[in-house]
Design a protein around this ligand. Structure first.
Ligand SMILES: [Zn+2]
Length: 419
């Protein structure tokens, strides 16, 4: 039974869907990937949807990383509200760097949990397990109304913890390698089967950007990925679901003419300026899966020692070639809607083709087989926002990727389904 009344989550009101409301987050989907794949005839369904539905660009949140944006989409609000502003967090009290994928760091309920509480059926499938606990926060699995699992750990899901036993057996697909396109394909295949057989009211499908880190839009690995996605999109669309296709962030080449990573090692700079380890540079892109980007992105935060003149340091940084902007804590909070207590004293954002590292000797770049592509900054903020219904939508920068469920449920609440 679909729910009857609108659902309020984090001060936004979501219409009650009449058909399944789906948001698909294509990890690292720079708009160019879709342009190239469509131009080559590889995405007939998305091409048609762009023509007959609603086609826009949206802005991601900053940092343009996976977890902050996935949690913004899941809560409908920016990091200042939900608290997740990176994969990694530095706790000055303990001097520890800790993974921010624990539910204790989440400061707002998800839209999914609010729909669940309202009596809806909710499904969440994500590629990497690092997001699963955060996305599944507040869901209960004892009434067969919630399912939340990752492809990565689909071999050992249980009814009690994920709402489904042995998801890989249920789907009839082997557990994919973590560094593969299959990890994302599993998400789409699970989405199709769930929609067909389990009939959720709200569903979130979130992929991994392994392919996008590896391949530029005109490379075969990227084209194959988007052609594969289009086949699953065709099935989801044919079943009458209202679908928003968006992304957590874009993806840009970050290498020099020789194909070597373009990096400013910020910890090394601070060690020169203030003495060894006086300042602490944090790269919130860092997580256990760094093979495809070597923990190099376009966003860094810095914890400065006492007595340091912040404005002088900022001026010095801003003069460095390749650094796009430097913001103090208050500016970053105000301009990027970040939680002030989790971003250190300053935030540094690099240029489109530059990344920020800590110290040269702390980055293992041996796993980088292709020229570096990465994200995290303002230049990866533009993402697709495509709806398979005609609805009234603003464009970027007003439209944000975290409006995905608002517009998916708005579209799902319409009576008319376009022919
Ligand atoms: Zn991502």
């Amino acid at each position: 039974m679909p729910i009857k009344n609108p659902v309020v989550a984090n001060d936004r009101t979501y219409p009650a869907p009449k058909t399944c409301a789906i948001a698909i987050c294509l990890d690292g989907c720079e708009p160019e990937y879709l342009e190239v794949a469509i131009a080559e005839g590889l995405m007939p369904t998305l091409k048609r949807i762009r023509e007959t539905g609603t086609d826009r660009l949206a802005h991601s949140v900053i940092p343009s990383f996976t977890n902050p944006n996935n949690m913004s989409i899941a809560t409908g609000r920016p990091p200042a509200v939900h608290g997740i502003c990176g994969n990694f967090l530095y706790e000055p009290e303990t001097g520890q760097e800790v993974m921010m994928n624990d539910v204790r760091f989440l400061r707002a309920p998800t839209v999914f949990s609010k729909f669940y509480e309202a009596g809806a059926r909710v499904a969440v499938v994500t590629a990497k397990d690092k997001l699963r606990a955060l996305l599944g926060a507040g869901l209960k699995f004892d009434e067969d109304r919630a399912i939340a699992f990752s492809s990565e750990r689909s071999g050992d899901t249980t009814k009690a913890e994920h709402g489904i036993d042995k998801a890989s057996d249920w789907l009839g697909m082997p557990v994919p390698e973590v560094y593969s396109a299959d990890l994302s394909e599993f998400v789409f295949a699970a989405g199709v089967k769930l929609l067909k057989e389990w009939k959720p009211d709200v569903m979130y499908l979130s992929t991994t950007d392994y392919i996008q880190h590896k391949f530029a839009p005109d490379e075969q690995g990227a084209k194959d990925f988007y052609a594969m996605f289009d086949r699953y999109l065709t099935e989801l669309d044919a079943m009458g679901a209202a679908i928003v296709v968006t992304a957590d962030h874009g993806m840009k080449p970050k290498h020099d003419a020789n194909g070597d990573p373009a990096v400013i090692y910020v910890q090394d700079l601070f060690d020169d300026w203030l003495g060894k380890d006086a300042a602490r540079v944090i790269l919130p892109i860092t997580d256990p899966y760094v093979v495809h980007h070597g923990a190099l992105g376009s966003f860094a935060t810095v914890y400065l020692p006492n007595g340091c003149v912040v404005s002088e340091i900022m001026d010095k940084l801003a003069k460095i070639d390749g650094i796009l902007t430097v913001r103090d804590q208050h500016q970053a909070k105000r301009e990027y809607d970040l939680p002030a207590d989790r971003i250190g004293h300053i935030v540094i954002i690099s240029d489109e083709n530059m990344t920020l590292g800590t110290s040269a000797d702390r980055h293992d770049l041996s796993g980088l087989k292709e020229p570096l592509r990465s994200h995290g900054g303002l230049t990866e903020q533009e993402v697709p926002f495509i709806v398979n219904r005609v609805i009234d939508l603003p464009n970027a920068p007003t439209l944000r990727n975290f409006d995905a469920f608002f517009y998916a449920t708005t579209a799902a609440a319409l009576e008319e389904v376009p022919a």
